[in-house]
Design a binder for this molecule. Structure first.
Ligand code: FES
Length: 79
């Protein structure tokens, strides 16, 4: 199971985390047996707003996460 943690804290939400969440949840609907999506609270890594939004795909931390990058990281792991 691929675990995707998306920070929905205030800084990350300000810079697109909710849109990213919508897109990853849409992908999760296509692969319900392979992807689990979690909304997480502030990961305490947004002191520098340039790091936001923050996402973890399994143990890989992605800063300034763009939807396409996150989706490609997930797709790399899908068997
Ligand atoms: S709000 Fe996302 S890391 Fe702080």
């Amino acid at each position: 199971m691929i675990k995707v943690d998306i920070c929905v804290g205030s800084h990350c939400s300000l810079v697109g985390a909710l849109n990213l969440l919508d897109n990853v949840e849409a992908l999760q609907l296509e692969y319900p047996d392979q992807i689990v999506v979690n909304k997480v609270e502030c990961l305490d890594m947004c002191d520098d707003i340039k790091n936001a939004p923050l996402v973890k795909v399994d143990d890989e931390l992605i800063t300034a996460a763009q939807t396409q990058l996150v989706i490609s990281k997930v797709m790399e792991r899908i068997k």
